[in-house]
Design a protein around this ligand. Structure first.
Ligand code: ZN
Length: 326
């Protein structure tokens, strides 16, 4: 008689949403360095299917050139950075991957096909990140320790991702935004880097509280849309014991006309909030590189995220097994 009741309870437990705070083991002091990152992807990866359209239709691409421009900037400014590489695009930046290794940068993982985790099945996400990690390690001969989710899609709707990221063998993740907006964010997440109960280290993207609001700051759309003085004001106002994670996407160096909407591509994902998504991804691109350069010059020195995550950070059982059997 009691069996059906037990099954119902188990089902309810499975469906219950676990608040992010319950997953946090402890906050960490990883210093107050500037941690520089780049998401290596092209404008057509904005939606699922973009890579296939690029290959089929021969869309224009400046991915290799843009990656080189950032590598040149980092060489000039003596910055070491983390490149979160989208692995489906990696074969088009092989020369740049060699440069990253030779010039002391960290190569990390942005997944394979730029799926949005909140829209994906768990097993598809698992396959995507494991394939990407293995592929980047094959191409570079280096262990890939860091992961960043496309669209910062580690959110309250996709908390299962943190176990998948840990189980795939990553030591750290940098996807959580301690804000809430229409597309992403975990408003109760700590601003400070932290260790999750499953062992994964999370390095959140930076935000600053001002007038009761939390403002994301330090990269991408926010760097392009705020007046530069406002970015600097937010950074000065932040808790100076926290690291600053700066980030840029390689396509932000492109002309604003390089976007799927203006190129006349039709994919289902482009129908989701098309006007706002086009604005977010194209606004003020012409200022992105110069502003990123100013940030790097002001907040020196810049280093990779992996440099502050100790090598003995917990790794997944699967990684340990592979090493032991090697
Ligand atoms: Zn991305």
């Amino acid at each position: 008689m009691s069996r059906p009741v037990v099954q119902v309870d188990a089902e309810r437990r499975k469906l219950r949403r676990v608040p992010y705070a319950d997953l946090v083991e402890e906050e960490l002091d990883l210093g107050s360095a500037t941690l520089v990152s780049v998401d290596v992807e092209d404008y057509y990866h904005e939606v699922p299917g973009g890579e296939e359209v690029f290959v089929r239709d021969g869309l224009p691409s400046n991915l290799a050139r843009n990656t080189d421009r950032l590598l040149d900037l980092f060489a000039e400014r003596d910055v070491q950075a983390t490149f979160f590489v989208l692995s489906c695009a990696a074969p088009r930046v092989l020369t740049q991957l060699d440069r990253m290794v030779d010039e002391g940068h960290e190569i990390a993982c942005h997944g394979h096909a730029h799926g949005r985790a909140t829209w994906m099945k768990r097993e598809d996400f698992r396959e995507d990140i494991r394939r990407a990690k293995a592929s980047l390690e094959d191409l570079t001969g280096q262990e890939v320790r860091g992961y960043r989710a496309p669209y910062f899609a580690v959110t309250e709707q996709s908390l299962w991702t943190v176990d998948e990221i840990r189980d795939a063998g990553f030591a750290y993740d940098s996807s959580v935004c301690p804000v809430k907006n229409f597309a992403y964010g975990i408003p109760d997440a700590p601003e400070r880097p932290h260790r999750l109960r499953n062992g994964l280290i999370e390095i959140p993207l930076p935000q600053t509280k001002l007038l009761g609001y939390r403002f994301m700051v330090g990269g991408g759309f926010y760097l392009r849309v705020y007046p530069y003085w406002f970015t600097q004001a937010l950074l000065r106002r932040r808790d100076h014991t926290l690291p600053r994670v700066f980030y840029l996407h390689t396509w932000e160096l492109d002309d604003k006309r390089m976007n799927l909407w203006d190129l006349g591509v039709d994919l289902p994902g482009l129908h989701w909030k098309p006007r706002v998504m086009k604005w977010i991804t194209t606004y003020n691109r012409r200022k992105a590189l110069a502003r990123f350069d100013r940030l790097l010059s002001r907040w020196r020195p810049g280093m990779p995220l992996g440099a502050v995550v100790r090598p003995h950070a917990p790794v997944a059982a699967s990684t340990v097994d592979r090493r032991q059997s090697a």
